[in-house]
Design a protein around this ligand. Structure first.
Ligand SMILES: *[C@@H]1O[C@H](CO)[C@@H](O)[C@H](O)[C@H]1NC(C)=O
Ligand SMILES: [Ca+2]
Length: 340
């Protein structure tokens, strides 16, 4: 009888554990490793960010940036602030994907400013006029622009991306549109749910996807082939406020090395001297103001999880029946013993 009870408890524990595992579909799976992706801890930024509140192992920060237990605040909801975090280790991987969970929120119900940027650049830790960081940069800038500076009739916020070669300036008067390699509208301010962006750079194609509707799926902002970015640059994030302001918070950064199936010769090539740029002379901008419908982020997983859930329930029912029968039989046997 005692052995039976222990077995019963053990089985229930296993089942509860399995079911919890299957059911815990929220936070974690939203940033599961993409197919062919390997998490690189030294380029990621996850909680706890810091053991002492002052330093982070792989990242530096400056200006108004503030570390808390649950987020990194690049700027707070005050006028004329800048802040940034920068990774310390030059990145020598050619194919990667970066998933960033962020939160932009402030008192202005419809208006905030100026936005934040995610960088992959030669320069680091240099404040300036482009979302809190320097202009005439070498490399990639992805801008989450919440304030319309230019006269063009478009809705905001919008996301634009630019590849700089060190001599091109970010164009504030067109909100970066005049030299953008792609853009899309994206309403990411003041959301109650998680907002995420994926920046994927594999085989010289830059793809930007968003999960900002609380649906747990990626939809494409834009995709651009022929983007040349050398290795050896730095990852960073910066933000700025102006007359209007917002809290610009980073929740986490998950960085994956992507297996692009490159040949050994390709792997051996030195890509640190490549000039940043785009193969196309006239990049097709303005063609993607509407974000397309994306694939379900977890679709392949959902099927598997459903299967696990069914197995889990069947297992639970099975064990309950077996244990019930065993207990019943033992009771019967004991009753019989008592009678005779
Ligand atoms: C950078 O790009 C601009 C615009 O495409 C071009 O005019 C300039 O010559 C380039 N500079 C370098 C150093 O390649
Ligand atoms: Ca702007």
């Amino acid at each position: 009888m005692e052995r039976c009870r222990i077995f019963y408890k053990f089985s229930i524990n296993i089942i509860v554990f399995l079911c919890l595992l299957v059911a815990s579909d929220g936070q974690d799976s939203s940033q599961m490793a993409p197919e062919g992706g390997f998490l690189k801890r030294e380029y990621s930024l996850t909680k706890p960010y810091s053991s002492n509140g002052m330093t982070m192992p792989f990242w530096d920060f400056r200006d108004r940036t503030m570390l808390t237990n649950n987020f990194i605040r690049l700027t707070s909801n005050h006028q004329a602030e800048v802040g940034s975090v920068w990774n310390k280790i030059p990145l020598y991987l050619r194919d990667w994907e970066m998933q960033v969970q962020f939160k932009v929120h402030g008192g202005g119900r419809t208006l905030g400013a100026d936005g934040f940027a995610i960088w992959y650049t030669k320069e680091r830790m240099t404040p300036g006029p482009v979302f809190g960081s320097r202009d005439e940069f070498h490399g990639l800038g992805v801008f989450f622009d919440t304030y319309k500076n230019g006269p063009q009739a478009v809705t905001f916020p919008q996301i634009t991306a630019m590849v700089g070669n060190g001599s091109v300036k970010y164009d504030h008067m067109t909100d970066g549109k005049s030299n953008a390699i792609g853009s899309c509208l994206a309403s990411f301010r003041n959301k109650d749910y998680d907002t995420l962006v994926s920046i994927k750079y594999v085989k010289e194609t830059l793809q930007i996807r968003l999960d900002i509707d609380g649906l747990g799926e990626w939809r494409e902002c834009f995709s651009m082939p022929g983007v040349k970015l050398p290795t050896g640059y730095f990852i960073g994030m910066s933000a700025a406020t102006g007359d209007l302001a917002d809290n610009h918070d980073l929740i986490n950064v998950k960085f994956f090395h992507m297996d692009a199936g490159r040949s050994a010769e390709e792997e051996a090539e030195d890509w640190s001297t490549v000039l940043p740029g785009v193969s196309y002379l006239k990049p097709p901008i303005d063609n993607r103001d509407d974000v397309g419908s994306g694939d379900f982020r977890n679709s392949s997983v959902s099927g598997f999880k459903l299967f696990l859930l069914v197995v889990c329930i069947l297992l639970g029912v099975g064990v309950c029946v077996v244990v019930g029968v065993v207990v019943f039989q033992k009771r019967q046997a004991q009753n019989r013993k008592r009678f005779y």
